[in-house]
Design a protein around this ligand. Structure first.
Ligand code: ADP
Ligand code: MG
Ligand code: MG
Ligand code: MG
Length: 401
């Protein structure tokens, strides 16, 4: 047994790092900075300037950092994150940080330092193009969703994985903040007063709520694959040559479309915000085109890889029934559109805004983008059953925004 849990500070994190075996030279003088910008955890960047070696130590706090000690939150999320990263390293090597150590007692993971990468959301606000992004995320999604699923594992293995990733407290956050609170006048909501009319019309839209209820139930009840669970553009770090997925503390077994939809939602939130950020018309037009192409290519790449993995690995006589793979993919597409819609609306109405919108300083410019996000979000939920390809999805989004 290790020592009882204690939240690290800049000094104790250095002491911890020094004790790690084979990471830093014995006499190293380590520098450390707490760089966490997330809502929940501590992230320490520890460097030995002499050898050039560095690591990241991410530690969970027993409460949510944004709110404080009044919102207690399970430390088990650090185990979930460490174990998900280990599996991702097997299933999608090169697309996640390497894990050097996990410490269950201290609720922390020691991992590869990606400081030469930047958070994708920041890159997209700066209108940087990432040529590898679509293909890398297509591979990440196809491989992690396929290899964790019923289609790749034996029934016993799959059920053991479901048990490993029971993550009730983190799921509860999503169930409330994504699938419930934005659809009524909940205390957690916070939105631009200039869009009150549009928000109230969503609260009264019974048809929309019925569709969101179906998506909420799918999220809660369909244990199809190991989801990252929080795959927004703040959970992806990039350079021109590299893409890494971080922060799977929300990982659990749910419907495959949820991770695909999370990425789509964040691409589309960037898309609707572009007009509000400075730049000439041509710059804006061409960046929006890049987002559109990336969102479409990500799906196309996902589908072709998923089909190839299926052809190579699936042997079950029912899964190989003609047409079943098409049914699976069709459902992932329509779910992804619906989940994307929920995630867009939630970022406008609910807690946890996104910088793409929040950084629009002029409230009326921001309102314009937010109304577009709500319109696109609603359409994706309400019309998802008419969508049969990524082209259909992108045509719908671009016809509104
Ligand atoms: P949270 O769960 O609190 O959101 P994240 O895992 O998203 O924490 O990390 C918060 C921030 O810390 C990231 O936005 C990124 O800037 C930085 N970070 C996290 N992991 C790494 C890493 N492996 N290398 C470099 N920076 C990282
Ligand atoms: Mg994060
Ligand atoms: Mg808000
Ligand atoms: Mg997180």
């Amino acid at each position: 047994m290790g020592e009882a849990y204690q939240a690290l500070n800049e000094q104790t994190a250095v002491n911890y790092a020094r004790r790690l075996e084979g990471v830093f030279p014995e006499e190293a003088v380590l520098e450390n900075r707490e760089i966490g910008d997330g809502n929940l955890n501590l992230v320490f960047h520890i460097v030995d300037p002499a050898s050039g070696r560095s690591v990241i130590i991410k530690q969970a706090l027993p409460y949510a950092r944004v709110v404080g000690e009044s919102w207690p939150l399970t430390l088990d999320r650090a185990r979930i994150e460490g174990e998900a990263l280990q599996l991702y390293n097997q299933w999608a090597p090169g697309l996640v940080p390497k894990v050097f150590a996990s410490d269950r007692e201290q609720a922390l993971t020691v991992m590869e330092d990606l400081s030469d990468h930047i958070i994708l959301r920041k890159g997209m606000i700066g209108r940087t193009r990432y040529p590898r992004l679509a293909e890398d995320m297509a591979a990440f999604l196809a491989r992690t969703l396929f290899f964790s699923s019923e289609y790749a594992l034996t029934p016993a293995e799959k059920k053991a994985r479901v048990r490993q990733f029971i993550n009730p407290e983190m799921c509860d956050i999503t169930e409330k903040l994504v699938f419930t609170d934005p659809y009524y006048d909940a205390e957690t909501n916070s939105f631009n007063p200039l869009i009150r009319e549009e928000v109230e019309s969503i609260w009264k839209n019974e048809g929309l709520k019925r569709e969101v209820a179906q998506l909420k139930e799918a999220f809660m009840a369909r244990a199809q694959a190991l989801l990252h669970g929080d795959l927004h553009t703040g959970s992806i770090m990039v350079t021109a040559e590299s893409t890494k997925v971080i922060d799977p503390e929300f990982a659990f077994y749910g419907p495959m479309g949820f991770d695909v939809g999370a990425l789509w939602a964040n691409f589309f939130l960037s898309y609707v915000s572009q007009e509000g950020h400075p730049g000439d018309a041509e710059e804006i037009r061409s960046y929006r085109e890049w987002i559109r192409d990336t969102a479409e290519a990500m799906w196309t790449g996902f589908e072709s890889r998923f089909r190839a993995l299926w052809q190579e690995h699936v042997t079950d006589p029912m899964w190989t029934a003609p047409g079943f793979l098409d049914d699976v993919i069709h459902q992932v597409l329509q779910d992804a559109a619906g989940f994307a819609g929920c995630k867009m609306m939630r970022r406008v109405i609910g807690l946890a805004p996104v910088a793409d919108l929040e950084s629009l300083e002029d409230a009326s410019e921001r309102a314009k983008a937010e109304k577009l996000a709500l319109e696109v979000g609603k359409a994706l939920v309400l019309r998802r059953r008419n969508l049969h390809s990524a082209e259909d999805v992108l045509r719908l989004v671009c016809s509104i925004a």
